[in-house]
Each structure stands twice: as C-alpha cells, then as structure tokens.
Design a binder for this molecule. Sequence first.
Ligand code: MN
Ligand code: MN
Length: 294
Amino acid sequence: MSVSDRAIAAYLGLAIGDALGSTVEFMTPREIKAQYGVHDTLRGGGWLHLKPGQVTDDTTMSLALGESILAQGKVEALAAAQAFDAWMRAKPVDIGNTVRRNLLQFRKTGNPEATYSDHDAGNGAAMRVLPVALATFGQGEGAVRVACRAQAHVTHHCALSDAACETLVLMLQDGLRGADKNHLLHTYVHPLAALHPEFKFRAVRQSSNPSGYIADTLQAVFQSFFDTDDFRDCLIDVVNRGGDADTTGAIAGMLAGALHGLDDIPGVWLKSLNADTSRACAMQAAALFRIANL
Ligand code: MN
Ligand code: MN
C-alpha cells in the first residue's frame, strides 16, 4: 500500500466519519439503539437535518485549512485564520462556540493567535489536523509540532488541545508510513497519558456519550481505534457511542484510514459520501502530499 493511497484514505476517512457520525450527534447510545439498532449508514438527518453523505465543520474546516496551506506552500497562522474567517462568513452548517468566539476576536485584532485559556479544551482544533499531518510529512518532529500549534492556536490556544493535536498528527504520520497499532500506542498514546492523565483511556469505563471536551473525545476514539481491527468496525463502534459523534467519527476515520488504507473503506460508504466532498478530499490529500515532498 502506497503512502499517498493511505493519505487519500485518511482524508476520505475523516469525511466519512463526519458524515456517519453527524446523524447521531448529541444522541445517547440508548437513543441510537432505539432508533437505528446499529447506526451504520450515511443517511443524513440528525439535529442538523443533513442530506445523506453530507459533512459538517470537521471536514469543511479541514478543507479550508488545506486550501490555505496549498496557497502558501506551508502551514501559516495568518493564512489559516483568514481561511477560517472566510469559511465562517460562508455560513457553515455548524460551528463550535470556541471557534466562533476566537474567529470574531481575530476579526477585531488581526492577531491569528487566540489568547491562552485552559478552558478552550474543546476538540475543534484536533478535528482539523489532517492537512498539517500531510503537508509536514517527512519534516522533523520539532517542525511538525510548531506547525500543529500554528493552526490550532487560531481558535484553541490550550495545552490540552495542543497535546492532542500534536499526538494525532505524529500518529497519523507514522500510520501513513505503515506503523502498526501497538507502535502508535506505545510511542504516542502512553506518553501522552503519562503527561496528561486526562487522556488515560483504559482507566475509564467504556466511554459513551463523549463530549466535545478533547479528553472525552480522544478517550472514545482511542477505545474504538485500539479495540477494533478494521475501518468499518472502528467507525461503527465510535459513532454508536453518540455524543459528539461526528467529531469522534472524523478523528477515528482519519486514523483508521491512514492505518488501513483505501481498500479497507467499505465501498458503499465511499459511494454514499457527497461527490463534491469526496473529490475535494482526494485532490487535497494528493496536493498536500506533493508539498511535503517538494
Ligand atoms: Mn461537526
Ligand atoms: Mn462535532
């Protein structure tokens, strides 16, 4: 399996997880079970009344960030802030509170770095890290971490969010190189939990109803990712926990896509994803990857 094949799978995986999870966002596992049995179809609906295969902010913010990286030839905070601002003006279907607040602040100050706050520990910066992972593939760890923080701090300037974003990007890059799950667990997830015990994902009972708090989100993602063996099982497991299901789906989808590759994504999901979104994700994955290899 080629690295660029995995990169495309990661981007489509993000969009598919978003589209699948958005149907059951903010529902409890019990409500999901009553309504769908096991939710495993890109059927749209949900609180946002989406069309089947339609994605939300997780994917569209990633695409906006990716566009800015392609235009600059690198990850650049001001360009990212301007891209997110333009994205917000275009009236996206959903937007997180922290994202909105800090983008409004950017409009006032022109400073692309939000004020530091331990309270801004939502998952809004982590859900859109994939373009950074692709564009900085092959760079040294220090440079990768700097790029992670530049994009994240536009809306989430917070130590816990930073730790999550950097860990996810390094995991994604090793996944693209063909690393196995055990390697990812020992190299990245255990050290993350040692530094920030909030991310310990075995200490808690099976996480259901994960909130938008980044530690809740990653606990659910890690439980599903490390306890399943393929893309489909991972995504079904994580979105049926409900809660912030489009975002747990998006993050699990990019990880599982990078690790398992395009052939492991069910054809029916690839076909059901909105065609324009699918094209944009595949094209951007390839283009960002070219930047990394310049
Ligand atoms: Mn969303
Ligand atoms: Mn969400």
